[in-house]
Design a protein around this ligand. Structure first.
Ligand code: GLU
Length: 329
């Protein structure tokens, strides 16, 4: 019997239409899931496929409200007998954030894979159909179970914790950042080269069922001579947590440091991450986190640190416990 796979379409370049096959300008999220699936009829030989137009946005417009609904929909689909896996078509801009949010809030061993495209559906050599096909091949493979949420782009299967969009336009835009991809798809075969060791899905303690909003967490970008004004604005607005995309190993400019220390004293949770494209932000490097009351993000980039901190703040404000989450997830 063929596996039953449900596709949730959210928009993005994969559903985008350009003025001509060679035009660089296009609008994301213009074609619906049925039209998109008609471009890759081969998937119906692999699985019983059903499609649902979940939303139609460019993923620059993704937000927490959609994440909460998406997570709840996937949990409900996967808890039934009629669905063996979920494929999500998604814009590439925030794909890594959606993947990581679902990795922590979907509680199933069944495969959940996100795919997108770097070229619109009407461009020469569009990559969307191949990414959809490869994503379906991966979901059909029993070895994909239990690996958490994955992104399938340009043949690579990349774990949600690691995946980063590291180039604005290349087909090879997606990489694993601090880790290699977990595997790859070639033809109708899936090859896994490593396991995912961080906690996710069935081993995640985070649940957002029934929630309609998340704690407010913002990101402040570090740079030479960094003004503390954006940081102060978030504190004054009552944000629960702030992630600092620090320089190097999560360092803060000297004018920002006292404000961050004061905010941490007033129980705003401050996470140090890095604007470097790769490498961990380690505990107690040039800054003593215990002294300042900060948390180090380790292998999470600022945008994924924000997601973990929002979920952590649904459970606790205890700094040591939140630091532990950053080590485990
Ligand atoms: N900005 C749009 C989005 O993220 C298009 C980019 C893309 O999908 O590659 O949905």
């Amino acid at each position: 019997m063929k596996p039953k796979i449900h596709i949730l379409a959210t928009g993005g370049t994969i559903a985008g239409v350009s003025a001509s096959a060679v035009s660089t300008s296009y609008s994301a999220g213009r074609i619906d899931i049925d039209t998109l699936l008609a471009t890759v009829p081969q998937v119906f030989e692999l699985a019983d496929i059903s499609g649902e137009q979940f939303c139609s946005i460019g993923s620059q417009d993704m937000n927490e409200a959609i994440w909460l609904k998406l997570s709840s929909r996937i949990n409900s689909l996967l808890s039934g007998e009629d669905c063996d896996g979920v494929l999500i078509t998604h814009g590439t801009d925030t794909m890594e954030e959606t993947a990581y949010f679902l990795n922590l809030t979907v509680h199933s061993e069944k495969p959940v894979i996100l795919v997108g495209a770097m070229r619109s559906a009407s461009a020469i050599s569009e990559d969307g159909p191949a990414n959809i096909y490869n994503g379906i091949v991966a979901i059909c493979d029993p070895k994909t179970r239990g690996r958490g949420v994955l992104c399938c782009m340009n043949n690579h299967l990349i774990a949600a914790k690691d995946v980063v969009k590291q180039h604005t336009t290349y087909l090879s835009a997606f990489e694993g950042g601090n880790s290699d991809s977990v595997g790859y798809v070639f033809g109708n075969n899936v090859y896994y080269q490593r396991d995912v060791t961080s906690r996710h899905t069935v081993n995640s303690e985070f649940s957002v069922e029934g929630m309609d909003k998340l704690p407010e967490v913002g990101i402040v970008y570090g740079y030479a001579g960094c003004s503390p004004l954006p940081f102060k604005a978030l504190v004054d607005a009552g944000f629960d947590g702030i992630v600092i995309a620090g320089v190097g190993n999560g360092n803060l400019y000297r004018d920002l440091l006292p404000y961050a220390e004061e905010a941490a004293e007033k129980s705003v949770i401050i996470v140090r991450s890095t604007r470097c494209p790769s490498g961990p932000t380690s505990l107690d490097a040039e800054l003593n986190d215990n002294r300042y009351g900060f948390i180090a993000s380790f292998n999470l980039n600022p945008q994924k640190s924000r997601i973990l901190l929002m979920l952590a703040l649904c459970r606790t404000r205890d700094r040591a416990r939140i630091q532990e989450y950053f080590l485990q997830y």
